[in-house]
Design a protein around this ligand. Structure first.
Ligand SMILES: Nc1ncnc2c1ncn2[C@@H]1O[C@H](COP(=O)(O)OP(=O)(O)OP(=O)(O)O)[C@@H](O)[C@H]1O
Length: 282
């Protein structure tokens, strides 16, 4: 059984807004799964539906084999959820915030486990500082510690690195990979394609529908490659497909003649490919 199974999931807000228009996707156990898409595409709505924080208007969702609404108490014990904006008690020390979440999950050996979670996000030395004295990035790290204090099998992270500096971002991603190596499944929304590329698979959501769901390198192959060849005094530019085979085929024509003095290749980035997919769909 997959960690997440979603079929035809719909969510309407009132009569006008259809936030999810029939989402189908599945996420395997131990996978690091990325969800990308423009503002308002429905990413947060989908996460909320999966953690049992809202009632879908239609379709079906299973997380760890459970119904997010009917089985919410059990689901909450087994998943961690880091919402888009940290929900923390500003006046309480970082450690007590983590303990609060741990206590809600009935964690045993609470103090030690909360310390361990803060150590994991490298904030142990700020454990006793009130949250309002921490920087934005540090608050995000406390929020991540709160989401994983009960060692969940599955983590939902809604833009966990928004407003986080590049060094800290790479630390977060190292932490995500470590959790996945330990067997956890991660479901992460992001706007950053250099993060999406680190996921095992990525779904692109647009206007409440999944338009692509694949491994990043497969998505990249949908892009275009710009080939520039200088031969004698002439420079020739060709646009070819994004697969390695497309490049080989295009180069056959030149046979690496000595007169070919320079070849340069520019492949679309994941961001360009995703933007063109979103554009095509529009
Ligand atoms: N509580 C709500 N009531 C009414 N409309 C809502 C509500 N929450 C979200 N929406 C609408 O649903 C759509 C999807 O919103 P959602 O927050 O899921 O998008 P998102 O992909 O997470 O966006 P972002 O990248 O900006 O965080 C948007 O049109 C949004 O305005």
């Amino acid at each position: 059984m997959d960690a997440i199974e979603v079929e035809g999931l719909e969510k309407r807000y009132g009569k006008k807004v259809q936030a999810l228009g029939g989402v189908d996707l599945s996420v395997g156990r131990g996978e690091v799964f990325g969800l990308v898409g423009p503002n308002g595409a429905g990413k947060t709505t989908l996460i909320k539906a999966l953690v049992g924080a809202l009632r879908p208007s239609g379709g079906r969702a299973r997380v760890l084999g459970l119904d997010p609404l009917k089985d919410r108490p059990e689901l909450r014990r087994r998943i961690g959820y880091m919402p888009q904006s940290p929900v923390l008690y500003d006046d309480l020390p970082a450690l007590e915030n983590v303990e609060f979440f741990g206590a809600a999950h009935g964690v045993r050996g609470l103090r030690e486990r909360a310390r361990e979670a803060l150590r994991f996000v490298e904030l142990e030395e700020r454990a006793n500082d009130p949250v309002h004295t921490l920087s934005g990035g540090m608050k995000n790290r406390v929020s991540l510690a709160c989401a994983l204090v009960h060692r969940p099998e599955m983590l939902f992270l809604d833009e966990p690195t928004a407003g986080v500096d590049p060094r800290l971002r790479s630390r977060f991603w190292a932490a995500f990979r470590e959790l996945a190596r330990g067997g956890a499944t991660l479901f992460i929304t992001t706007h950053l394609m250099d993060e999406a590329i680190l996921c095992d698979r990525v779904a692109v959501l647009r206007q409440g529908r999944v338009v692509v769901c694949d491994e990043p390198r497969e998505i990249l192959q949908r892009g275009r490659t710009r080939l520039l060849v200088r031969e004698d005094e002439r420079e020739e530019e060709r646009i070819i497909g994004g697969r390695a085979e497309d490049l080989a085929e295009a180069l056959h024509a030149y046979g690496l003649r000595e007169s070919v003095s320079a070849v340069s290749v520019e492949a679309d980035s994941l961001e360009q490919v995703v933007l063109s997919i979103i554009g095509e769909e529009a």
